[in-house]
Design a protein around this ligand. Structure first.
Ligand code: ISE
Length: 335
């Protein structure tokens, strides 16, 4: 039966997911959209058959007209929405970050364990990106030997209004924290943050770019250039340095032109464009699993682990030096 989805939050990501479920994904439809700005929700709903728009997530989840929930509101609103979904036993795809800090992520983890079954897939979409999947398969195959280091570049054309140093970690570098854990199958144990002089493109009060160093319990060292006002476009690159070679992604040049004495191509301008296929695959996988009565993909444990690393990252920004990650032990429930 067609899955009826409530989408909570209709900002850049939420609106894109509404379009995706409505036009790209099979086996599901958007039955409700919810936004603090109820007018915005109603406008969006008006374009979709059988869809209602409103301003209250709890009321939307209580109607009995919803089979699953996609949470795309800002991070600080996630915990309440997740706990409400749990109360109605509704499967959830929750955009990253799971919650903005480790304590709240831990509360969500405890609530899900109390239910006795998993309900949440966390929206770490890079795990569904074709290039990242190839890199993971290669590293898992062992052909290059053990991974020793990873170099990452994470660049945005510009940061949205209100973006802060903490969000640079919690909203942006959180992706590298998750893919590091996923690619290597290791936990991150320490974070160090270095700051060059800020770019004159950086908004007042924000230090951009920054260099974030992660260390793992398997002895791998990972660097991340986070650079969210680079001006020229959206770029995510990663290179694994292994014992018998290196592997690089994000350098793809799908169309190269030669004209008027120059050669070149284009650069994606934002994550909605760069990761469009990954989001499609992620949401389709969630819908398919939900219809089978299963929960797959990144779990609340992954969301919690990333939040714990973020917390160390934000402390490293504020206090300087190398900050150890504090994490509870992985519950058997998430093994
Ligand atoms: C945004 O929230 C994302 O998730 C993007 O993937 C990231 O590149 C961007 O920096 C974040 O603000």
């Amino acid at each position: 039966r067609t899955l009826r989805i409530a989408v909570i939050g209709t900002g850049k990501m939420g609106a894109d997911h509404v379009r995706r479920i409505d036009q790209v994904i099979s086996g599901a439809r958007v039955s409700a959209v919810v936004d603090l700005d109820a007018e915005r929700a109603k406008q969006l709903a008006a374009g979709i058959e059988g869809c209602t728009g409103s301003g209250d997530p709890a009321a939307a989840m209580a109607t009995g007209e919803v089979d699953a929930v996609l949470i795309a509101s800002p991070g600080p609103a996630h915990e309440e929405a997740l706990l409400t979904a749990f109360a109605h036993d509704l499967p959830v795809l929750c955009e990253k970050p799971l919650t903005p800090d480790a304590a709240s992520a831990l509360r969500v983890m405890e609530a899900e364990q109390k239910l006795g079954h998993r309900l949440v897939q966390v929206g770490f979409m890079r795990r569904y990106d074709a290039e990242y999947l190839k890199l993971k398969a290669l590293l898992d195959s062992g052909h290059l030997g053990r991974t020793l280091m990873m170099h990452n570049q994470h660049r945005n054309a510009s940061s949205p209004p209100g973006f802060t140093n903490a969000m640079l970690i919690n909203d942006s570098v959180v992706h590298e924290m998750d893919v590091t854990r996923w690619l290597l199958g290791q936990e991150i144990t320490a974070v160090t943050v270095l700051r060059p002089r800020p770019s004159s493109n950086a908004p007042a009060g924000m230090d951009d770019p920054q260099l974030v160093l992660l260390e793992t319990d398997g002895g791998v060292v990972v660097d991340v250039e986070i650079n969210v006002n680079c001006g020229f476009g959206y770029q995510v690159k990663a290179e694994a340095v292994c014992e018998r070679g290196t592997a690089r992604i994000g350098t793809k040049q799908s169309l190269v032109t030669d004209t008027a004495g120059r050669w070149g191509g284009t650069i994606a301008q934002d994550f909605v464009e760069r990761f469009a296929d990954a989001y499609d695959r992620e949401v389709q996988a969630w819908v398919d699993a939900t219809r089978r009565g299963e929960v797959t993909g990144p779990s609340v444990w992954d969301g919690y682990a990333a939040a714990a690393v973020c917390e160390a990252g934000v402390r490293a920004q504020r206090e300087g030096g190398r900050i150890g990650v504090e994490m509870v032990e992985r519950p058997a429930f998430y093994r």
